[in-house]
Design a protein around this ligand. Structure first.
Ligand SMILES: NC(=O)C1=CN([C@@H]2O[C@H](COP(=O)(O)OP(=O)(O)OC[C@H]3O[C@@H](n4cnc5c(N)ncnc54)[C@H](O)[C@@H]3O)[C@@H](O)[C@H]2O)C=CC1
Ligand SMILES: O=C(O)C1=N[C@H](C(=O)O)C[C@H](O)C1
Length: 252
């Protein structure tokens, strides 16, 4: 029997961390050797011989956690939000000095969400207008969601690449925030509502028609197949991968 992969979860007592601890515990090829919370020393990762660290913490902590992992040759699977272009650039520079180490930054581990973002990116060039509505539980600390930021960036790049004009919008006066946030020119609206988990709609419109691409996560289990895929794959993909789609064969 091949050796089990030694895995640590950071943020183990949070909503995602709790689900990840259960999913890893149930996987026969993975060994959960550390379940860390805020204030726990990362030195334990080294002492325990952790091979893959899963970061499910908060935007303020994740960068330092991942840099520690990379510095110690530990692969990292990251679901935490807050990875700006600047942070990603700095991480790539660090990884250039640690060529065997892999990092996956996955704004969303739910396979349906990854597909929805892909479909929206494919559709974006064919419509005059695109806007994104993301809807989450009210305990979420960041807005817009990491998924919406990623979707907007990909949609904007697809439209720019195809030479699509800006979406029509005659707004002259606006109450602050009424038109949402502009992410690379794409309007993103954030809803926080008790009872929700994680949901997103991409609205695409042209005269006389509308296409809506919606994804719903109804619980945190929905993210776990993606987390497990990330853990099993990250060691075979040195360098930085942004988006779980990088580990999926979506072209066939
Ligand atoms: N990529 C994905 O599919 C998903 C990503 N997320 C993201 O994952 C992150 C966590 O989300 P939730 O679990 O809902 O949050 P949460 O607030 O329930 O859990 C975060 C946990 O991390 C702990 N923590 C904070 N700093 C830490 C540190 N330095 N070391 C260890 N633990 C630390 C907190 O004490 C808390 O227990 C958020 O950024 C969220 O947006 C959430 C759901 C899915
Ligand atoms: O905080 C959450 O809950 C989620 N965060 C991620 C995001 O910001 O996109 C992923 C998912 O939407 C749930």
């Amino acid at each position: 029997m091949s050796e089990m992969l030694k895995v640590a979860v950071l943020g183990a007592k949070g909503r995602m961390g709790t689900a990840a601890v259960a999913a890893i515990g149930a996987a026969q090829d993975l060994e959960l050797v550390a379940a860390l919370g805020r204030g726990d020393s990362l030195d334990q990762l080294v002492k325990l011989g952790v091979q893959v660290m899963v970061d499910l913490t908060v935007p303020d902590s994740t960068e330092a956690n991942v840099r520690f992992a990379v510095d110690h040759g530990i692969h990292a699977v990251v679901g935490t939000t807050g990875w700006s272009a600047e942070r990603l650039g700095a991480l790539e520079s660090l990884l250039a000095h640690h060529r065997q180490t892999g990092v996956l930054i996955a704004p969303n581990f739910a396979l349906g969400s990854v597909l929805a973002t892909r479909f929206a990116t494919q559709a974006a060039r064919y419509f005059d207008s695109v806007e994104i509505i993301e809807l989450h539980h009210p305990r979420k600390v960041d807005a817009p969601s990491g998924t919406a930021l990623r979707t907007a960036a990909l949609v904007a790049a697809a439209r720019a690449g195809a030479g699509v004009a800006d979406a029509p919008d005659a707004t002259e006066t606006e109450l602050d925030g009424a038109r949402g946030a502009s992410v690379d020119g794409i309007r993103v609206h954030s809803v926080r509502l008790a009872g929700l988990v994680a949901h997103q709609e991409v609205l695409l419109g042209s005269p006389g028609e509308q296409l809506t691409i919606r994804h719903d996560s109804f619980n945190h289990e929905s993210f776990m197949p993606g987390v497990l895929l990330g853990i099993r794959t990250v060691g075979t993909r040195p360098g930085l991968t942004v988006g779980l789609d990088g580990y999926l064969d979506l072209e066939s």
